[in-house]
Design a protein around this ligand. Structure first.
Ligand code: HEC
Length: 145
């Protein structure tokens, strides 16, 4: 009995570990910002994949993905505000010396996402590159490759 219980617990712990990204990043501040970026990536990925014809267009799913990406994008300045580093981090220290510019780039992502029309495939196709451009502009300046 006891043994079976332990096996179950271990199995659950493994699953939880597998689902958690960046378990090897120790710094909680760095981990939190990576998780916000991953939420943005997952949801923007849903939109980009539809816009590029890799998955079928679904207006409700696109609207949900847009809302989730937008919500996470409003967290960017909060999760990046405290300067913190980790060997696994790709953040450049210039984020904290050019904070206003970094915050402007986060705001540009928010603006482009809120302006993205997900009601039709045509509209989404026309708009999604602007959003991708907002990701790229910030990564180019503030993320090491
Ligand atoms: C205002 C700046 C900014 C914007 C806008 C931005 N990012 Fe990021 N992103 C960063 C920085 C800085 C990092 C590096 C964080 C670290 O490693 O500590 C990062 C990291 C990431 C990562 C890697 C996360 C990880 O687990 O290591 C992904 C994926 C990502 N961004 C996707 C996106 C996508 C997709 C968009 C646009 C929809 C976007 N980002 C917009 C600044 C930004």
């Amino acid at each position: 009995m006891k043994r079976q219980f332990l096996t179950l617990v271990t199995g659950a712990a493994l699953l939880a570990g597998g689902a958690m990204a960046h378990e090897d990043v120790e710094n909680p501040t760095v981990k939190a910002r990576m998780e916000v970026m991953e939420t943005i990536r997952d949801n923007f990925g849903t939109i980009a994949s539809m816009a590029q014809g890799k998955t079928a267009f679904d207006a409700a799913a696109a609207a949900n993905a847009k809302a989730a990406a937008l919500e996470a994008s409003t967290d960017i300045t909060t999760v990046f505000e405290t300067e913190a580093m980790d060997p696994k981090s790709e953040a450049k220290p210039e984020i904290w010396t050019n904070w206003d510019d970094f915050a402007d780039k986060a705001a540009a992502l928010e603006t482009s996402l809120s302006g993205l029309d997900t009601e039709s495939l045509e509209a989404m196709k026309a708009g999604f590159r602007t959003v991708a451009g907002a990701c790229g502009a910030c990564h180019k300046a503030y993320r090491t490759e």
